[in-house]
Write a protein that binds this ligand. Structure first.
Ligand code: NAP
Length: 272
């Protein structure tokens, strides 16, 4: 379906599920037309049709595997000349549990591509038009994992650290341009993320979990009031980040290792 109305356009990656799907929902509610990107074309089509019907917006489906260079190029070309582009949400991502030496090297490389290279390439493609129009925003969906290093999750935390730091630098460069950049750093969020990585949510207390809807609401509200570049949704998560910032760096790895051992023992007891 082609994009049709007079509102700005938002391109959202990973729009078929979880946080990205919720961005589609809330951004459509605000009247943006959409370009929805992820691998699963059929699922994206269903999301697009539902948004078009309910919010009277245009929703274009652009299926792409964003770990594949040529497919990222195709998406970048789609937005590079798009005069109505107003929002880029680099959200697509995945986790991989396990010590680096025991994981699939191809999967780890794909993670670097998806969390690092693709957001940089799409940001570079989007910026000229956003700057020309002196409006809009780039939201990079990072994680509270970006503030720690994490044995058993080494590459994930490192890629998200890149994304947070990249966004902070970008936001500083964009000051006074009318264009915003936000590093959205959610904590535990109810999506398909943990199931897809085959990880347990055991060990994370219930009060730490948020819905994708609350995470996205916090992100968009913070953009509205030109809030902090690094947006950490939820009071519990903000307190955790504060604690992490005060903690000696060495202690972080020990706590992460303890938590991982606890999760493994819960999984063992439950026969998972
Ligand atoms: P999710 O429900 O599993 O959704 C992930 C989305 O990314 C899906 O739409 C998936 O669609 C897309 N995707 C995955 N690999 C892709 C690829 N190679 N090319 C294009 N699209 C791809 O997970 P989520 O929790 O919403 O995750 C969204 C972001 O939030 C991620 O960057 C994640 O790191 C971050 N995050 C999540 C949590 C959490 O607890 N859930 C916490 C902190 C940060 P297809 O399968 O159709 O491609």
């Amino acid at each position: 379906m082609s994009v049709s109305s007079d509102h700005g356009i938002a391109l959202i990656t990973g729009a078929s599920a979880g946080i990205g799907r919720e961005f589609g929902e809330q951004v459509a509610q605000r009247g943006y037309d959409l370009i929805l990107v992820s691998r699963d074309a059929a699922r994206l089509g269903e999301v697009a049709a539902s948004l078009e019907t309910r919010y009277d917006v245009g929703a274009e489906v652009l299926p792409a595997d964003l770990t594949v260079d040529a497919e990222v190029t195709r998406v970048a070309q789609r937005i590079a000349g798009e005069a109505r582009l107003a929002l880029l949400v680099n959200n697509a991502g995945f986790g991989a549990a396990g010590r680096l030496a025991a994981t699939d090297p191809a999967q780890q490389e794909a993670m670097v591509r998806l969390h690092v290279l693709t957001p940089v390439r799409l940001t570079l493609a989007a910026l000229p038009m956003l700057l020309r129009n002196r409006r809009g925003a780039v939201i990079n969906v990072s994680s509270i994992a970006s503030f720690v290093y994490s044995p058993g999750n080494a590459n994930y935390s490192a890629t998200k650290s890149y994304l947070t730091t990249f966004t902070e630098g970008l936001a500083a460069e964009l000051e006074g341009s009318g264009v915003q950049a936000q590093a959205l750093c959610p904590g535990f969020t109810h999506t398909e993320f943990h199931d897809r990585m085959g990880a347990s949510s055991a060990g994370a207390p219930a009060f730490m979990w948020m819905s994708a809807a609350s995470v996205v609401r916090a992100s968009l509200r913070s953009l509205d009031r030109r809030g902090p570049v690094v947006c950490v949704p939820g009071l519990g998560n903000r307190l955790l980040v504060l604690l992490i910032r005060l903690m000696p760096r060495r202690a972080i790895g020990r706590i992460a290792a303890w938590r991982r051992a606890r999760v493994a023992s819960v999984e063992g007891r439950e026969g998972r």
